[in-house]
Design a protein around this ligand. Structure first.
Ligand code: SAH
Length: 286
């Protein structure tokens, strides 16, 4: 098996450097994208009646964001079906990630999650089945024409490159690529299976990761060291497993201290260090 499929995962658990505690940027972007998800649901519902609504989240990871999409979709569909005076559907969610993902921590949070949903929606919400689908989204994960809605957030920039090849070549290549708006558009058009519904860019500050409640004004008042620290944790939560596998655990603390110092230098005199994210909504052509 491709070694990257096992080595690549976000930092597990609930520790200081965990993905669970350092993924606020991702959460904020998902919130920005909620309007586009709403638009897609509305569109979908006016086209076909759905009895069992099948949704996949590709690259769900673990921590609070893993169930964020589930919660958003339930919310949006609930409102949409109420507005259209339709019966709410049964939900079937497929949470996908690579084999090394901490699926167990998601499963453990499910009873509490279900309680919250039940409290919020009561019996007005259809039954909700949550499944895990481990494996790479670069291969087939579902039967054809099986899903109604596919979501992926902060995952498609991870490439399917084989890390072993990189090791053989004595170089370390991060398997990541962040396209520009133009590149993303070109790939979608050239591939041809989807109609581009929306393509937008949201720009946040790198240190947005600091706290959910910190807005841009307060962010600007933070000292350089604090900003750099949070930017470093954000990166560490995502890249540490890959770096550890290649360079060894012993050097991780020192590596990220040096990285933080570089960030301090980089953000000196810069008002915000921009973190752009593309939000893309596609409709499969029939
Ligand atoms: N969607 C979450 C998590 C993003 S982190 C959020 O927005 O916060 C990116 C996740 O994508 C990681 O958990 C990583 O393991 C997963 N990932 C990367 N490449 C993947 C692939 N080829 N197949 C499935 N999951 C992948």
């Amino acid at each position: 098996m491709d070694r990257q499929q096992v080595v690549l995962h976000m930092n597990h658990g609930m520790g200081d450097n965990s993905y669970a505690h350092n993924s606020i940027i991702q959460k904020k972007v998902m919130r920005e994208a909620k309007g586009i998800v709403e638009e897609s649901m509305m569109r979908l519902y006016t086209i076909i009646p759905i009895h069992c609504f099948k949704v996949a989240d590709l690259g769900c990871s673990s921590g609070p964001n893993a169930l964020q999409l589930v919660s958003n979709v339930i919310d949006i569909v609930h409102t949409t079906t109420c507005n259209l005076n339709l019966k709410p559907p049964i939900f079937q969610f497929f949470l996908n990630d690579l084999f090394g993902n901490d699926f167990n921590s998601i499963f453990k949070s499910l009873p509490q999650f279900s309680e919250i949903i039940e409290e919020k929606k009561g019996h007005k919400c259809g039954a909700c089945f949550i499944n895990a689908t481990p494996g790479t989204f670069y291969k087939s994960l579902f039967p054809n024409n099986f899903l109604h809605f596919v979501h992926s957030s902060f995952s498609l920039h991870w490439l399917s490159q084989n890390l072993i090849e990189a090791i053989k070549l004595e170089c370390f290549d991060l398997p990541l690529y962040d396209p520009t708006i133009e590149e993303a558009k070109e790939v979608i058009e050239d591939e041809g299976s989807f109609t581009l519904q929306r393509l937008e860019s949201v720009i946040l500050d790198w240190s947005t990761n600091i706290k959910e409640a910190v807005d841009d004004d307060n962010n600007n008042k933070l000292d350089l060291n604090t900003k750099a620290e949070f930017t470093t944790k954000f990166i560490r939560a995502a890249l540490e497993p890959l770096l550890k596998a290649k360079f060894g655990e012993e050097i991780m603390d020192e590596l990220f201290v040096r990285y933080k110092n570089k960030i301090v230098q980089l953000i000196m005199g810069v008002k915000i260090l921009e973190f752009p994210t593309l939000i893309i909504s596609l409709i499969k052509k029939v």
